[in-house]
Design a protein around this ligand. Sequence first.
Ligand code: KIV
Length: 257
Amino acid sequence: MKKWNVASVRAAKGVQKLGCLTAYDACFARLADESGVPIILVGDSMGMTMLGYDTTLPVKMEEVLSATAAVARVVKNAMVVADLPFGSYQCGDDIAMKNAVDCIKAGADAVKLEGGARVANLIKRMTDAGIPVLAHVGMTPQSVNEYGGFKKQGKTAAAAHQILVDAEKVEASGAFAVTLECIPSELATEITEKLSVPTIGIGAGANCDAQWLVMHDLLGLNESAPSFVKRYANLADEVRRAFSAYVEEVATGKFPL
Ligand code: KIV
């Protein structure tokens, strides 16, 4: 199987719907890759799934770089996308460029950043420098303090129009795909029809070209998950069962034999 790249992801639009996932370590990235996941995002959602924070805001560049390197070391076929964390592209475009370059040097095939019109020039600069960019509009979790919580966006006509304009701007700036997070399904459908690059939805309905799920949500490792999530396994219960069986067997002398 050939490794997924910008060209094959773009060519999948209208041909093949892609089920894309996050992963933050070599163990799960290998399993996702072996299972045919086409795009693995080393998401800043690691702040909430792996690091115990309530939001993605505290995630540091070094944490994304270290996780990206671990994922890239083992992945053979998936495209690896490193998520630029909050603060890594808001303090000047030169700093943002340096951080994006570091992601590629760590093994990422592309970077993702949040925002529409306000990051359009930065996306152009990155793509001009040969760094593929996956854009992210709609509910952008790094703006959680602006929203007052992780709330669905684009609910009024004006807000929906702004998200459409944002999606068109990031496409025009060179983004090879656009994440649409937590927006009404009808709006995601309209954007998907209007853009020539693929949309990757999360909580944005069934008509996007591709879908994201956060791996811990899909596997049932998180205690709670957003309502749009489908759990394909309940690993939390399975892991608890194994851990307590081990503790019990050591206590009772059944292990080691
Ligand atoms: O960090 C993340 O997990 C994301 C989602 C789009 C999957 O940005």
